[in-house]
Design a protein around this ligand. Structure first.
Ligand code: ZN
Ligand code: ZN
Length: 355
C-alpha cells in the first residue's frame, strides 16, 4: 500500500470504519493515481480495489499499481461481491458526492443479499479531503507548474490589452496563453469583468467592449497534471481614476498584510480577519462579501476554507489562496488573488505575476 492509502486506513480506524467507498474524482485520483473519469475505490485495511468500466481497464492497471482493478458495469454487483469477500460491517461512503439515487440503489442491492445483513453504510464527510490538505513534494511541483503557467499568461497578455476589446476576447487570449505556457486545460472558466460588471465577483465574460480607465477583474487558472492554479489581477487600460487608485491600494494592502502575518495553527476564520480588518478600517467592510480564500490542489476549491467563522486549521504544508476584494455597485471591483504555501514560520507566495 502507498503512503496515502496507509494514512487513509489510519483515518478510517479513527472513525470506527472498516472500509471506505470513494467516489469523488479528485479523491479517487489522489489515492490511486488513476486519472480516468469513471470508477470507484473500495479500500479496507488489507484490500485496495479500483472498479471501473472497460474503457479504462488498461489505463487503470497501468496508473494504479497498488490497486486490484476489477471490471464494473452499471450497478453495484462488483461492490456486493467485494463486500462478501471482505467481511467488513461498517462501510463509509462520501456523502458530499454519492448521489441520493446511487445510495438508494446501493442500499437496495445490500438488502437483497442475505449474507450482507450486518453491513451498515456510514455517511462520511471530509475524510480523504482531509488527507489532501497538506501537500507533499510531488504535489507542490505540479501546483507550481500550474501557477507558473497562469502567472506567465497574465504577465504576457495584460500589456497587450487595448481599449475596445471585449471581455470574451480578453478571456480567450488568456486561455490561449495558459495553454501556450503548458496548461493541460483551464482549471475553471475564466472571469473577465470590466467596469460595472466587476461589482459581481463571479461575472461571466460578455461582448461588452472595455473602455479606458475602467477596472478589469481577470480571474483564471491553469491545470497541469491534475493540479489547479487560481490567480486574479485587476488592471486598467489607460489612466486609472482616483477611485481605482484608492480602492486598489486598500485591497493590495489587505492582501500583503494577510500574507505577511498569517501563521500556522490559525483557523480559517482568523486568517480571513487579517485582511478583512484592513478593509473594514478603510471603510469598505460591507463591500467585501466573500471569504478571503480557499485551499487549492486537485480541486480549484478545496479545504481549508479561509473565510468568516471557518474553524478549518491552517496547518503548515497547506496551500491556499489569499484574495481580498472590494466591490462597488455601478462602478466595479478590485480583487487581487495569489496562492501561498504555509510554512512553519509563515506564508510563502507561490504566485509571482506582477501586481
Ligand atoms: Zn480565482
Ligand atoms: Zn480563488
Amino acid at each position: 500500500m502507498n503512503n496515502r492509502l496507509l494514512r487513509l486506513v489510519e483515518a478510517l480506524g479513527q472513525s470506527a470504519l472498516e472500509g471506505m467507498l470513494v467516489s469523488t474524482p479528485e479523491n479517487r485520483r489522489y489515492l490511486s493515481g488513476f486519472t480516468g473519469s469513471a470508477g470507484y475505490l473500495l479500500i479496507t485495511k488489507d484490500r485496495a480495489i479500483l472498479a471501473t468500466d472497460s474503457r479504462y481497464t488498461q489505463q487503470a492497471t497501468d496508473q494504479a499499481p497498488d490497486f486490484r482493478v476489477i471490471p464494473a458495469q452499471s450497478g453495484w454487483d462488483w461492490l456486493i461481491e467485494s463486500l462478501q469477500k471482505s467481511g467488513i460491517s461498517r462501510l463509509g461512503f462520501e456523502s458530499e458526492h454519492l448521489t441520493v439515487a446511487e445510495h438508494h440503489r446501493l442500499l437496495d442491492s445490500i438488502k437483497q443479499e442475505p449474507s450482507l445483513t450486518g453491513i451498515s453504510l456510514v455517511a462520511t464527510s471530509g475524510i480523504v479531503d482531509g488527507l489532501r490538505v497538506v501537500k507533499d513534494p510531488e504535489e507542490l511541483t505540479l501546483l507550481q507548474r500550474a501557477i507558473d503557467a497562469s502567472d506567465s499568461a497574465m504577465d504576457a497578455v495584460c500589456p497587450t490589452l487595448r481599449e475596445g476589446m471585449t471581455e470574451r476576447e480578453v478571456a480567450w487570449r488568456m486561455e490561449q496563453a495558459m495553454r501556450d505556457f503548458g496548461a493541460d486545460s483551464v482549471s475553471f472558466n475564466t472571469i473577465v469583468a470590466s467596469g460595472p460588471n466587476g461589482a459581481m465577483p463571479h461575472h461571466r465574460p460578455t461582448d461588452r467592449a472595455i473602455g479606458p480607465g475602467e477596472p478589469i477583474v481577470i480571474d483564471m487558472g491553469a491545470k497541469i497534471g491534475g493540479y489547479c492554479s487560481d490567480i486574479t489581477r485587476t488592471v486598467v487600460i489607460g489612466e486609472a481614476d482616483e477611485t481605482f487608485r484608492k480602492v486598489y491600494d486598500i485591497v493590495l494592502g489587505a492582501q500583503l498584510t494577510a500574507i505577511s502575518i498569517v501563521r500556522p495553527d490559525l483557523t480559517g476564520g482568523e486568517g480571513d480577519s487579517l485582511a478583512r480588518s484592513v478593509i473594514q478600517e478603510a471603510g469598505y467592510g460591507d463591500n467585501f462579501g466573500h471569504g478571503l480564500g480557499h485551499g487549492v490542489g486537485l480541486a480549484v476549491h478545496e479545504a481549508p476554507r479561509v473565510g468568516p467563522n471557518s474553524a478549518d486549521k491552517l496547518t503548515a504544508g497547506t496551500v491556499f489562496t489569499v484574495e481580498p476584494g472590494i466591490y462597488i455597485p455601478g462602478w466595479g471591483g478590485v480583487r487581487i488573488e495569489d496562492i501561498v504555501l504555509l510554512e512553519d514560520f509563515g506564508a510563502r507566495p507561490l504566485s509571482k505575476a506582477r501586481k
